[in-house]
Each structure stands twice: as C-alpha cells, then as structure tokens.
Design a protein around this ligand. Structure first.
Ligand code: OXD
Ligand code: MN
Length: 592
C-alpha cells in the first residue's frame, strides 16, 4: 500500500473506517493511483478533459449544447442485466424467488478473483455520495470505488457527491461500500452482487448506468428496500411530483411505473391549455424514499440529484421540460450524433436528419432499417436544469404524500384509472401489477410480466415479505395516502393507443388529487372506485368519446382472465404471500 498511498490524494475529511476499507480494496485491486473525489467544478473540468483525451467522451457542439458530451458504450453493454444481478444473503429464502441468489462467501470469492489486480495501470476513484438532500435525516451515505471516469462524472450529476457527503458521514462507520470495475467489459465477467447484510455492493464487467452508478438501482432500491424493511420505511421505484392548484395549494403524489414507461415524462408534465392556474412540480423522476412524519403522514424524499432518462421518444411534444433539461451540462449515452455535433434520437422533433453517426459510431442514412440511437440510450442531466423543479426538491424533510399511483404498460384489461377501496386493496393493486417489458433491461420486449409495484428487478429481498412490509406500514401511518392504479397504454383492435397520454394525463391526475383532497366524486365498480360521470375533464382532448370510454372500460371477461394470470404470481410466492392478499383476490373474483 505504501506506494499507492504516496500517489493518493488525501481525503478532504478524515474517517478511519472509510480509509481502512479503501486501503483494503486498493490492496485487492492494486490501482496505480487513488483519487478522492471532492465534487468540485475544477475536478469535473479536469476529468472531462481527461475523458475527452481518452475518447471516453466526445464533445458535442459547445455553442448548441454547452457542457454536453456523448459517450458510446460497448455494444454488448447497453442495459441492466437482470440475469447477472444477485442478492447475496445468508439464506436463499431471504432473497426470495424474485431474485437470483448467491451465497455471500461464494460471491465474495468469485468477484474477489475478478477484482484481484484489476486496477493495475488504472486510477481508483473514491466517490463519496449522499442519497438524499444534504442534511436530511432520511439520507444515506455511500462510497463507490471505481476505475471508470464515466462513472465519476455521472455520479456527480446523479448524487450529491464529494466533500458534502463526507461531512455528512463524519466519523461514522454507517455507509454503503460499493466497489466497481469495468474489467475488460467481458460479459462473461459481468456480475452485479448485493450484500444487504453487509451494506455492500460489488459490480464487475459493465459500464452501463443501472449496473454501475451504484447509488441508483443498487443502493437506493435493492439495498434501500432491505434497509426500509428493517428500519420501518419504504424505498420505492416511484417518481414524486407536486400538483399546484389555482389557489396555490400543492398536493404531492408518488407514482410507480416500470422502467421506460414514462415516469420522467409524468414527473415533468405540462397541463393542457384549459387547466389554467394548475402547475406540476418535479421532486423526483425515479425513486422515492418514504417515512412516517411526526404528523402521521407519509413523507418522501428523492434520493437522487439528477435524471438518468430514456432519450428515444423524448420531444417537445412528449416532454418539453426534459428537452430543456438536456440543453446544457448533460452526458448522453448511446444516442446518435448529427454531422454538426448535436444529438438525435428516434422520436425527437423535426425532420429526420439525412445523415447521422449512429450510436455505435457508424455512418447512418435516413430510411435505414436500423435505429440511429439505441432504444435504451440515455441522458444524464442535473435536476437543477429542470424548469419545473420543485422548490421542495432539496428540502431535508421531504414532502407529504397524499396519493400513491401504480401504473403498468397494458394494451388491454386495465382501465385508465381506479381508486382502491382501502390500503390493503391498494397494496393488492400494486402487488399484482402487470406490465409489458421494455428495452430498459436485456431480454424480450413487449411480453406481459408481473412487476409488483414496478419493483420486480429492484426488490432486495423476498417479494412476499415485501408485500407484508407494505401491509404492516398501514399501522404505522395514521394518515395514509390514498392508493390508485392507472394505465395510459390501452390500445384498440388496430393497435392504436386510445388515450393520448403525455400532458393529457393531467386530466386523470387532477381527479386523483381532487379525490385525495376530498373534492371529487367517484362511483363504485367491482374492481374499485372510478371517476363519476363527467369527473374527467375532456374539454379540448384529442380523442373521441368512444376512445375515452374504451380507455375506461372494465370488461369482466378480460378481468376473469387477468385473475387467472395472477395465479402465477401467487404460486411463485406461495411460501410468503400474505394471507390478506390471497383474500383480496378471492373477494374481487367473487364480486365478478
Ligand atoms: C432506470 C430503470 O434506469 O428503471 O431508471 O431502468
Ligand atoms: Mn427506473
């Protein structure tokens, strides 16, 4: 270690637990240099320069997109790899049938061999980061050790990174220990291992965001959900937004949707013209940590500080605010580049350019059958770029949640909106959520899979026990939020969406908020409460009354099939499925 130590920058704040762990990991990985990140602007500029020199980042036109760069990942490394993601708990039962499991000793041994000497000739970057606003009692500290400068620059956008995080940690030993190496990007050596009992994450062989920005999916969701159960709070795959009404009152909502189902769009929604005086404020677009506050309500923070959003489909129609977010200081991954150094992706505004450089750096011509941007190409943008960033986004106390929404991507069956009869029924709606798969993870796209609470890839322990934790939370929340289910994705027989979506989702959101505030009417159906006639404002909506009716329809035959399809979930989790959820399903089936 003495040679490495002499080449290490010194930590800006001293912490013996942290320093001895860094020394131990350096002994294993043997980097040439150790750099302690302070998160400063000067550091960002230096690393950006170095990344450009090494071809890791390609500068875009700095007049059109100041501070923006493009990164092209290895074509074999473009999405999360659920089949290579492991929960390493002492027993397999603890990880549950929803996770791949590896015995901790075996995982440490296997990845330890891969890490052995892997940073020779490289720099080890020490990234201290906070998940949550600086000074928040709900925040958690992590430290990621990585040999990727791309990870450093992304983590600086996505988290509160550097000296602030070290100050929050002080001399405590309570921090997440993350170790990452890209190795040689060999898919055979790609593993994302979580050790919830040790608050540790080891990740090898990948450079893709969700696999390597360890604060996001690994800490904030997989380890976070585990900590949430043991500590009595909730870590969820949910956006958080505030709905301000014309009187200036803001109601906060948290909403779970699977990956690449429009969470970022919903979190930044612009209401249609006739909703004068209504405004949406973004608190977060992907993750929500929620605890019971002294007032008995559920309070939420967004642990992140930036957006790692899906680029394709983002346009001034689908999400004008996201287009503003990516105008400056943004890192793009696997999008296409125009000849004049700007970015492009499928679904962007305007004419398709005649020529582009595609996401793999190859020339591309209009009319090509191949996509110019990868379907899971991304932007990493600081949340401070967001024109509708909530003034409460950095509030250490978070915001009080009045409604929780669960939404899948379903071309049939699930109506536009349903309100649950009660908390247990709401947990059932979330638990049985189905969704058609997207490009955010490797695998077949477009097949319905059960994605409970949009947490299937992210729940760090047994899903049945996670459902029980949700049920138990009711007794801890004297003033619980109301729970809703939505579906923006229903199609007609010709495969056309019946609901226009995007900004028009405000029409549904307004009803949800009005219900939460006790000022809208509903009618009862066998499945839950739905808007009473005329309660969804359709003035100016670009859809026929028949289409709206089709979006809201409840077809009992489709639901009988849906209840049958849910059997798979109940079978898979038979060992720990809470009895209350078995009864909920039986009750609903009997009502049909
Ligand atoms: C994400 C995801 O990147 O869910 O947010 O895949
Ligand atoms: Mn996500």
């Amino acid at each position: 270690m003495s040679m490495q130590a002499s080449q290490a920058t010194t930590p800006p704040v001293r912490n013996p637990h942290l320093e001895s762990w860094v020394a131990e990991m350096a002994k294993l990985t043997r980097p040439d240099r150790i750099h302690w990140c302070d998160g400063s602007e000067e550091e960002r500029e230096r690393f950006t320069r170095e990344a450009v020199e090494q071809g890791i980042l390609i500068p875009l036109d700095q007049e059109k997109r100041p501070g923006c760069y493009l990164h092209r990942s290895n074509p074999n490394d473009v999405a999360r790899v659920e089949h290579l993601t492991f929960i390493c708990t002492r027993t397999k039962e603890e990880a549950g049938p929803n996770n791949n499991w590896m015995e901790p000793k075996e995982a440490y041994g296997k990845l330890g061999k891969l890490f052995d000497g892997c940073m020779k000739g490289r720099t080890m970057y020490v990234i201290p980061y906070a998940m949550g606003p600086v000074g928040s009692p709900m925040a958690k500290i992590g430290v990621e050790l990585t040999d990727s400068v791309y990870v450093v620059l992304n983590m600086r956008i996505m988290t509160r990174m550097g000296t602030d995080a070290l100050r929050m940690l002080g001399d405590s030993n309570d921090f997440n220990r993350g170790l990452h190496s890209t190795l040689d990007l060999d898919p055979e050596k790609r593993f994302i291992c979580h050790f919830p009992e040790d608050n540790t994450i080891w990740s090898t062989g990948s450079g893709y965001g969700g696999n390597v920005l360890l604060g996001k999916k690994c800490l904030a969701l997989r380890i976070g959900s585990y900590l949430g159960r043991t500590e009595g709070w909730l870590a969820e795959h949910m956006l958080i937004l505030g709905v301000e009404d014309p009187q200036g009152k803001t109601t906060y909502v948290a909403a779970a949707f699977p990956s690449a189902c429009g969470k970022t769009n919903f979190a930044m929604l612009i209401p249609p013209a006739q909703f004068a005086g209504w405004k949406i404020w973004t608190v977060g677009d992907d993750i929500s940590w929620m605890r019971v506050g002294p007032d008995g309500r559920l309070w939420a923070i967004n642990p992140e500080a930036g957006y790692f959003g899906v680029a394709p489909g983002t346009s001034s129609k689908s999400n004008p605010n996201a287009m503003r977010c990516v105008e400056r200081n943004t890192l793009f991954t696997n999008v296409a580049m125009t000849p004049d150094g700007d970015v492009w992706w499928e679904g962007m505004d305007g004419e398709v350019p005649a020529e582009l450089i595609d996401w793999q750096g190859r020339p591309w011509k209009r009319g090509s059958t191949e996509k110019a941007a990868h379907p899971n190409s991304r932007f990493t943008a600081p949340m401070s770029n967001n024109p509708v960033l909530s003034p409460r986004a950095n509030d250490p106390q978070g915001v009080p949640i009045s409604a929780i929404i669960f939404g899948g991507r379903r071309s049939t069956t699930v109506p536009l909106v349903l309100e649950s009869f009660n908390w247990t029924h709401g947990v059932y709606l979330g638990a049985t959520m189905g969704s058609e798969t997207t490009a955010a993870a490797i695998g077949q796209v477009g097949v319905v899979r059960r994605d409970p609470m949009a947490m299937l890839p992210f729940c760090g322990y047994d899903m049945g026990r996670y459902f029980q934790h949700w049920l138990d939370m009711q007794h801890k929340i004297p003033n619980p939020p109301k729970i809703f289910q939505v579906n923006w994705f229903r199609q007609d027989k010709n495969g056309k969406f019946v609901w226009p979506g995007f900004g028009d989702n405000m029409r549904v959101l307004k009803w949800i908020v009005d219900r939460a505030e006790g000022r809208a009417d509903a009618k009862e159906t066998a499945l839950g409460w739905v808007p009473a006639d005329g309660q969804i404002d359709t003035k100016g909506l670009d859809a026929t009354p028949e289409q709206v009716a089709a979006a809201m329809a409840i077809d009992h035959d489709e639901w009988k099939r849906e209840f049958e399809l849910q059997q798979e979930l109940y079978d898979k989790h038979a060992a720990t499925m809470p009895r209350a959820l078995v009864l909920q399903r039986e009750l609903l089936m009997s009502r049909l």
